[in-house]
Design a protein around this ligand. Sequence first.
Ligand code: ZN
Length: 235
Amino acid sequence: MMRITIFNEFVHEKKDDAVKEIYPNGIHTALKEHLEDGEITVNTVTLDSVNDITCELLAETDVMLWWGHLQHGDVPDEVAKRVQNAVLSGMGMIFLHSAHHSKPFKLLMGTPCSLSWREDGDREYVWVCDPSHPIAQGIDRYIKLEHEETYSEPFSIPEPDKLIFIGNYEGGEVFRAGCCYRRGYGKIFYFQPGHESYPTYHNPQIIKVIKNAVHWAYSNYRKEIDCPHIQKIEG
Ligand code: ZN
């Protein structure tokens, strides 16, 4: 079994009725329900229980998902650092939508991770750049989303190791919507769709991409990166 931990801030869903209607039990619960199967088991953490993200929990997590927006600053620095270290040691990590400004993403990227945005409910086409990549399997040329928040370049991230998706919106904007990285021993995927006001995480194709990404990011190798003093090999 793959052990997944989903962190969701869980703030919009409690205070905004329109969001509550789409995700009555929170984005984390919707993702858990859509992702769990015979191979994946999901544990969830919200901002109220953010200190549950301990080294022990992370050691028992194969892949972590992160959704946050309004209160990135309320995630303690030591929690963000723990997540960063777990990724460097081999934990897989998927950052969703507005997690581009989360503390762990910025720590792992080392850049501001800022972008341009507007919220007009535009139609988005999420175009597949590399149909051969494991994360794009089962997806045709594009995913059409009736409504999404518009994110636009420039997106101040490091050059991705591999770009899997580009988003295109009615206003003509484009955005690097699916980006792969490796940091230390860990694999990272950033995936743009998932604004809280739209039912994006109920879209089977979006769930397919996230599930593919979970499998792609999984590794059974886990080791803290050290700096040992070594002896010359004899003979
Ligand atoms: Zn958003």
